[in-house]
Design a protein around this ligand. Structure first.
Ligand code: ARG
Length: 600
């Protein structure tokens, strides 16, 4: 069957070297094939595989228990039958029935050696996956308003999700769904006309757009005459009056320039495609919804209810205008029908949960979205709290700190920290600056990504810049230490590669095996993240790799020196392990969007 072909392709290609193997995933395939062969037609048992807690095995399969229960049979017998039906695989060296019916799985040592050697030779490669068209909607601040810490979280998490998908070989569209359309532009343009009458020919020198926004809002609230003009301006803007379009563009440009400063610093790539992009599509989407009887009247508004969602979408306001809901409706249609997306990801704060729940339900009802064909995830996150950690609104970092100031403070703090450790004396000026930037931005990103995104988290520079514990500062430093092992022994990457070309890595010491096994888990960790989109498991894994490396390094000499400090022996096999560890850590950092440095 196609399933079988895919599986064989997976294991075979990993043995033919290039692709890394997602061990757990491949085992699941083996066992589901065993299940098919032993009990054809039984489909309701999901493979239950886990890392073994026992020393003598690597993984454990618990399928027999669940299966025996549903078949009303003896679990040990079922285990026996399952075991016999597991197709032979070069990945597995031993299967053993134990206890009431567990199957213990031992991964072939040759396979482990070959996989680690592959990392040395070819770098870390993705597991085989079917490429999908993915749209990741993230960051998405609002024009003329502040880009706040919530948008920063969305930017960091969304970028990392996009990086993961790109690494796995998917075709990713990174979209900045800017709030660049709506009635607020009426008052902004009216205010622009008063303050900078020649804006159409000379770009208005607005230094602080937020103040400008506040000024216009104040006038809008207090001055009836101005309010009227603001409404007229919206109408003209929507009618595409060239002067009004010009004013709108000027305002958007100023905002976008500000936003791009943040993206540049964080090295985030994203395509601007805001709500305004959907203008004509909103018209047609509303017409379709209207014609198919999806809309209900509600005090002059036109609303739509989706199944299981309590709050309706407001599709048309009582004044005939469109809303955030309308643009998202047109947008989801565009992404599915025009972009031909297989998978939509929206990254926003948890506060928008209801909105998206209604949106997906309505899109389903309207026949735009079919869960069997398109996967949709609303990736949510909690709020960022200030130092005291209380969840009062005033304590949210967003209330007190501008984003650019926050990044600047990060740079400043990172610099102080590195100076405190006297790194300025050990590094050239250029190396120091690189290290400072990597640590500053790395720490901010890592602090965000290493927490369960669903929870609120306390923003603390002191904690994120700590050189102990699960922080980017510690991990980046650990990586430079690993990189320096071969360097101080004057062994070049090519020497290690040449050794790997001659023979697969030799592993003896228990800690060497432990490290090798840990390195092979990367693909499984990544594939699991594609299910829950929780990046903190990648951070946990990265931290685990560095801890297991330390255990190895404390127990196994890579380079032996005599009492005069002269090198007397170099263990190239162990340097291969160092090389593979560094490669795995670098890949994790790359997916997290964190720059690494050679020295710090
Ligand atoms: N601009 C919105 C905000 O700042 C986020 C947009 C998210 N994306 C979407 N398709 N609705 O809250």
């Amino acid at each position: 069957s196609a399933e079988r072909l895919r599986d064989n392709a997976g294991v075979t290609s990993t043995l033919n070297m290039k692709n890394s193997c997602n061990v757990l995933g491949q085992l699941e395939d083996l066992f589901s094939r065993a299940l098919q062969a032993a009990y054809p037609g039984v489909t309701h048992v999901a493979s239950q595989l886990q890392v073994s807690k026992q020393k003598q095995a690597d993984y454990q399969c618990n399928d027999a228990m669940a299966l025996a229960k549903s078949l009303k049979k003896n679990p040990r017998e079922v285990g026996e039958i399952l075991l016999k039906n597991v197709p032979p695989s070069p990945m597995v060296s031993k299967l053993e029935l134990s206890g009431p019916g567990f199957i213990n799985i031992t991964i072939s040592t040759d396979f482990i050696r070959q996989q680690v050697t592959n990392i040395v030779l070819h770098g870390v490669t993705p597991p085989p996956t079917t490429p999908l068209r993915v749209v990741v909607d993230f960051s998405s601040p609002n024009i003329a308003k502040e880009m706040h810490v919530g948008h920063l979280r969305s930017t960091i998490i969304g970028d990392s999700i996009a990086r993961l998908m790109e690494y796995l070989g998917h075709d990713v569209l990174r979209i900045n769904h800017l709030g660049d359309w709506g009635t607020q532009f009426g008052m902004l343009i009216a205010h622009l006309e008063d303050r900078f009458p020649d804006f159409a020919t000379k770009p208005p020198p607005i230094a602080d757009l937020q103040t400008f926004y506040k000024e216009s809002k104040k006038r809008f609230d207090e001055d009836a005459e101005f309010k009227k003009r603001a409404y007229q301006a919206v109408v003209k803007l929507q009618a595409h009056n060239p002067i009004h379009i010009k004013g709108w563009q000027e305002i958007c440009e100023i905002s976008k320039k500000e936003f791009s400063k943040v993206y540049e610093r964080l090295k985030v790539k994203i395509i601007d495609r805001g709500e305004s992009f959907y203008q004509s599509r909103m018209e047609s989407a509303v017409k379709v919804l209207q014609d198919t009887g999806m809309l209900e009247e509600d005090e002059g508004r036109k609303v739509m209810f989706g199944e299981g969602a309590d709050i309706p979408l407001t599709i048309v306001k009582s004044d005939g205008g469109f809303t955030y809901d309308t643009s998202d409706m047109a947008c989801i249609r565009q992404r599915i029908e025009e972009e031909k997306a297989d998978w939509l990801v929206y990254v926003t704060d948890a506060g928008q949960g209801q909105h998206f729940k209604s949106l997906f339900a309505c899109a389903k009802k309207a026949g735009i979205y079919d869960a069997a064909k398109t996967r949709i995830d609303h990736v949510t996150f909690g709020v960022v709290l200030g130092k005291t950690g209380r969840s009062s609104r005033h304590d949210q970092v967003s209330d007190t700190v501008r984003l650019v100031d926050l990044l600047n403070e990060g740079l400043q703090r990172s610099e102080e920290k590195l100076q405190e450790k006297e790194r300025d004396k050990a590094l050239t000026k250029e190396e120091f600056t690189k290290a400072r930037d990597a640590v500053a931005y790395g720490c901010i990103k890592y602090a965000d990504l290493s927490h369960d995104r669903a929870r609120d988290y306390v923003f603390s520079f002191d904690r994120m810049l700590d050189f102990r514990g699960n922080t980017a500062a510690y991990l980046l430093y650990a990586l430079t230490r690993i990189r320096s092992i071969a360097r101080t022994a004057c062994i070049k990457r090519e020497d290690i590669m040449a050794e790997a070309q001659k023979h697969p890595i030799e592993l003896e010491h228990e800690k060497e095996w432990k490290l090798a096994r840990t390195l092979l888990k990367l693909s499984d960790v990544l594939l699991k993240i594609t299910e829950d989109l929780c990046l903190h498991s990648l951070c946990e894994y990265l931290f685990e790799v560095s801890a297991v490396f330390t255990e190895f390094y404390d127990n196994c000499y890579c380079v032996e020196k005599n009492s005069d400090g002269k090198i007397v022996k170099i263990n190239l096999n162990r340097l291969m392990l160092c090389e593979a560890t560094a490669a795995v850590m670098e890949k994790c950092f790359a997916i997290l969007g964190i720059d690494t440095v050679g020295k710090m």
